[in-house]
Design a protein around this ligand. Structure first.
Ligand code: MN
Length: 319
């Protein structure tokens, strides 16, 4: 049965959901946890830990993404149809048909055969995954399921690690990207890289670490200049520095045949404003202060991404 640490985590999950979901149902979450705990009793993860830590970890991450009670219950139960005797009907009766459908949806995606090497095949599978998930919450649970499995991939065999990493890079990271969940996309890509090219990954981690301080000082200078200029023209805004994740540096080095020292845009600055007009205003100001690099400007306001993401991107030469 569940350890103290697991019980504490489930209490925590309930607290987070109560904060974010006006229709939070702590009793239902507790029942979902108890069912999962009983159904998975005796099962172990490859790490040797009780199996229940996995669905609880998935539910916890989703709670932090402010998901609702149904998603959290389905996350707790996401492996019971596949790995235990529990059925769709039982979940529908004990909880509701919606939660049963979510669990079944996640189970179905898990059964897709990913054995493909070609990009056209990968796109086909990504489309199939999207199409199979009529409820977007199915994909969210599946993405976070994969995220937790990738975080704990060290316990798998070398062969399995490479297989899962490839599949994550080809199928799940692009889906996270399509949905606009950048944090999950970036972590999935970095974890995949760690297993697909360990040497490349650890070299990159070392290089990035070595340059970290200089880079942070530099980006802070840029932020200071921007804040001052924006205050002068009365544009209220928030300015953040953002570091590229390892895989995006790696991909750039490969694609452009460059060494780490030849990659310049390791940092980016993000300016959040209130209106579209102000957004174009910031762009004008940036291009006055620094020289824009041709071909790098993208107007995602006039042409939003398919997930409705809207912003302006530019790259400038500095120094
Ligand atoms: Mn799972």
């Amino acid at each position: 049965m569940a350890t103290e640490a697991v019980k504490k985590k489930i209490d925590n999950i309930i607290k987070i959901v109560e904060k974010n979901d006006p229709d939070a149902d702590p009793d239902m979450i507790m029942r979902a946890f108890n069912l999962a705990d009983q159904a998975h009793a005796g099962q172990k993860r490859k790490s040797g830990e009780d199996y229940i830590i996995h669905p609880v970890a998935v539910a916890y991450i989703l709670a932090k993404y402010r998901m609702d009670t149904e998603t959290i219950c389905a996350a707790l139960l996401h492996d019971v149809i596949e790995d235990t005797d529990t059925t769709h009907e039982e979940i529908a009766t004990m909880f509701n048909p919606k939660i049963a459908d979510l669990v079944e949806g996640v189970t179905k995606i898990g059964k897709i055969d990913y054995q493909s090497k070609e990009e056209s095949q990968a796109e086909y599978i990504r489309k199939m995954v999207m199409a199979m998930s009529k409820d977007i919450r199915v994909i969210l649970i599946k993405l976070v399921d994969r995220l937790h499995n990738m975080r704990t991939l060290e316990y798998m065999t070398k062969e399995k690690q490479k297989e899962k990493a490839r599949e994550t890079l080809d199928i799940y990271a692009p889906i996270a990207n399509r949905l606009g969940i950048q944090a999950i996309k970036a972590e999935l890509e970095d974890l995949s890289l760690k297993y697909l090219d360990p040497e490349g990954y650890y070299n990159l981690v070392k290089s990035v670490k070595a340059k970290k301080q200089a880079r942070e000082e530099y980006v802070n200078q840029v932020i200071d200049i921007l804040k001052k200029k924006l205050a002068e023209v009365d544009i209220p805004c928030k300015v953040y520095g953002r570091s590229k994740h390892f895989y995006s540096i790696y991909r750039k080095m490969k694609a452009q045949h460059r060494k780490f020292d030849e990659i310049y845009d390791l940092v980016a600055v993000r300016v959040i404003v209130n209106t579209v007009k102000e957004c174009y205003g910031v762009l004008g100001l940036v291009h006055t202060e620094w020289k824009p690099i041709p071909g790098r400007f993208k107007d995602y306001i006039a042409m939003p991404k398919p997930n409705m993401y809207q912003s302006l991107h530019t790259a400038c030469a500095t120094g």
